[in-house]
Design a binder for this molecule. Structure first.
Ligand code: 5GP
Ligand code: ZN
Length: 107
C-alpha cells in the first residue's frame, strides 16, 4: 500500500472504480478513459511501481496476471484481445503501480 498511489486507493476502496474482478492478489476494473469498446486493467494488489522493479520473487504474480487476462476477457465476451504493459515514464506509464491493459473489440 502506497498512500500516494491512485491504484492502491482503488484497491482499498478509497476511490471507486467499475470493478470486474477481485481475488486475494488482484483487482480488475474498467479504465476510466477507455481506448477500446472493452478496456480494463488487471492490477496486482501488491504495490510494485513498474515491470523494471520486478525480480524472480514476482514471477508467480506476473504469471498469474497474464493468466487472468483470457479468463477476464472471456467474462467480458471477448473472443480475442490485446494486452499492454507500459513500463516507466519513458514507456508511457502514467500510474506507477504495475498493471496490464486488456483491450477488446475496436482498439
Ligand atoms: P498507464 O499509462 O499507467 O499504463 O495507464 C494508466 C491507466 O489508468 C490509463 O489508461 C488511465 O485512463 C487509467 N486511470 C487513471 N486513473 C484512473 C482512475 O482513477 N480510475 C480508473 N478506472 N482508471 C484510471
Ligand atoms: Zn499502488
Amino acid at each position: 500500500m502506497n498512500a500516494d498511489c491512485i491504484f492502491c486507493k482503488i484497491i482499498s476502496g478509497a476511490i471507486p472504480a467499475k470493478n470486474i474482478y477481485e481475488d486475494a492478489d488482484f483487482i480488475a476494473f474498467h479504465d476510466i478513459k477507455p481506448m477500446a469498446k472493452v478496456h480494463f486493467l488487471i492490477v496486482p494488489k501488491l504495490h510494485v511501481a513498474t515491470l523494471q522493479d520486478c525480480n524472480s520473487t514476482h514471477q508467480k504474480l506476473l504469471g498469474n496476471m497474464l493468466l487472468l487476462a483470457p479468463k477476464l476477457a472471456a467474462d467480458q465476451g471477448l473472443k480475442g484481445f490485446k494486452t499492454l504493459i507500459n513500463t516507466g515514464r519513458e514507456g508511457g506509464q502514467e500510474v506507477l503501480h504495475i498493471h496490464m491493459h486488456v483491450f477488446g473489440s475496436g482498439l
